[in-house]
Ligand binder design. Structure first.
Ligand code: HEM
Length: 236
């Protein structure tokens, strides 16, 4: 166990597993956010589907257990990315700077994972202030409770839709979300296949396939979040 935390490969393994777990979270998050674009479906009023989804996530006992795990996943991923980057820089010493040679064939994203990570982290800080802190009552906002259909009955909950819709009325905020999503896409385009490589799934047959899936995951997640923010600004 201590090896897992202190050896270089152990740390990489923890980063990979936490990264894959975060990707899983992002898929669930994107599916829920896509409800923002469902206007007036199944006879529901605008926003009712999203509010019901947020209510489900906020009240489901399983999700309540997953939430602290998610926070831990972020912490592990960030701390180990910093440790590994500084460890690698120390190991390389002045060598890399002396040669001035950029390794050809190494994608831009793979060389800029830390910078991309910092960009995503900065975006996330604003995002948590925008939504999470308000939804959980840490920051006051003029929302109020609304009613929506929920598994055959009517439920009451925070008007999350109004909060998101109000937030995305601002072009600078939408641009920030688009920038954060693009950074996320580049981070995932390298991070996804690299995680599998670390886990040991790196044979000649699967590597090209994993790189293809990586790009797909990056486009769906990065593109998805960006399109939702833009669509809310333009059409809702
Ligand atoms: C269109 C883009 C997005 C929208 C509309 C959106 C919406 C939301 C909302 C409404 C919440 C609060 C949920 C609650 O407290 O009940 C939330 C939380 C959160 N979002 Fe996003 N989000 C977007 C993109 C992203 C992206 C790109 C990331 C990660 C890189 C992300 C990560 C998180 C995290 C970690 C939380 C806190 C945990 C949680 O409440 O589930 N979100 N988001």
């Amino acid at each position: 166990m201590s090896n897992l935390l202190t050896s270089s490969i152990g740390r990489k393994l923890l980063m990979s597993i936490s990264g894959l777990f975060l990707i899983l979270f992002l898929f669930v998050h994107l599916i829920l956010n896509s409800f923002l674009l469902l206007d007036g479906v199944f006879g529901l009023e605008t926003g009712q589907m999203f509010n019901a989804g947020v209510h489900f996530m906020g009240t489901n006992p399983l999700i309540k257990v997953i939430e602290p795990t998610l926070a831990l996943g972020f912490i592990v991923h960030i701390i180990y990315s910093l440790i590994l980057t500084f460890q690698n820089r120390k190991a390389r010493g002045t060598q890399s700077y002396a040669s001035g040679n950029k390794t050809s064939g190494v994608e831009w994203a793979s060389e800029n994972m830390l910078v991309l990570g910092i960009a995503i982290f900065s975006f996330l800080a604003v995002h948590i202030l925008n939504f999470y802190m308000k939804m959980k009552g840490f920051i006051a906002w003029e929302g109020g409770e609304v009613e929506f259909p929920f598994f055959g009955t009517m439920a009451k909950g925070e008007n999350a839709y109004a909060l998101v819709n109000e937030t995305f009325k601002s072009m600078p905020i939408v641009l920030l979300y688009i920038t954060g999503s693009v950074a996320l896409a580049f981070h995932l385009a390298h991070g996804f296949w690299s995680s599998f490589q670390t886990i040991g799934w790196n044979n000649a047959t699967w590597m090209p396939r994993l790189k293809f899936i990586s790009n797909f995951v990056a486009i769906i997640l990065g593109g998805g979040f960006a399109v939702i923010a833009l669509a809310q600004y333009l059409f809702f």
